[in-house]
Write a protein that binds this ligand. Sequence first.
Ligand SMILES: Nc1ncnc2c1ncn2[C@@H]1O[C@H](COP(=O)(O)OP(=O)(O)O)[C@@H](O)[C@H]1O
Ligand SMILES: [Mg+2]
Length: 306
Amino acid sequence: MPPLLQVSGLYKVFHGQSSVDGISFDMEQGRCVALLGPNGAGKTTTLRMLAGLMNPSRGRILFEGNPIGDNYRRQIGYLPQAPAFYNWMTGEEYILLASRLSGMGGKAAAGHAAAVLERMGLQDAARRRIGGYSGGMKQRLGLAQALVHSPRLLLLDEPVSALDPIGRREMMELLRDIGKETSVIFSTHVLHDAEEVCDDIIMMNKGRIAEHGTLTSLRAKYNRPVIILRVEEAEEARLWLETLQTRSFILESRLEADGSLLLKVDDIASARSVILREAAERAIPLLRFEAGTLSLEDVFMEAVGG
Ligand SMILES: Nc1ncnc2c1ncn2[C@@H]1O[C@H](COP(=O)(O)OP(=O)(O)O)[C@@H](O)[C@H]1O
Ligand SMILES: [Mg+2]
């Protein structure tokens, strides 16, 4: 069986600028993939091409081994970043319309619409006009629209970014649930969202894939020991920190926003004992000393260039 999705050498060029700059990845059936990246990374452009709504400038998208064609639209559900609704319609009318547009017959459409509205917790609001819905309700209606025809692949563009904490929580729970039965790609600029729902992460930056892997493999790959130090403002302490950074057991050092110094080391035990011994010998006024490992947040900042 070919992978669900095979993307190779995908480009989208606008006015001579590459918004998507040659991305390639495979996605297996049943996975939940987070497309993670800062604003302007190319997430929306990528999803629109995957949804078949925009032609790539170059490259190839295969769905179960076949180029995407007319039948493809029935296989996928797509929730745009800022969905537009007809506010005068009721939620039920909107979902019925969406299911008819996806090619369902009248009877099937009615049954599916009722089921999906209930699943999204919108059964009581179904006969009310969309104009009166909250942001969270509109987003769940958008998800209902994307799900009503039971697609094989769900493409969701920043489904939680614009929501308040309660709306976000509700949506995340729905996504986790849906992820168990459908293949999902969802984009976000928040690492925490990606960690919460998905097993696979594609980190995008400036139109390219900076990192791709399972959450576990990315954590393991970047699992470098670090020591974080902060000292009181004092000439001697400052000089000591400077010499410390040039030592052979320090692989890399970085000044953090709060004035702490982050040191990547090869051997945490010996680095710790050297640093603590020297600090004691010189009576350096330490404010903070921490030994640990880089978090995925650091990985993300590194991958996207801070
Ligand atoms: N229709 C368009 N015409 C011109 N430039 C575009 C268009 N759509 C997106 N871009 C540009 O492509 C880049 C990536 O945008 P986008 O895919 O929306 O990123 P993201 O969703 O990650 O924020 C941005 O620099 C954006 O300005
Ligand atoms: Mg976007």
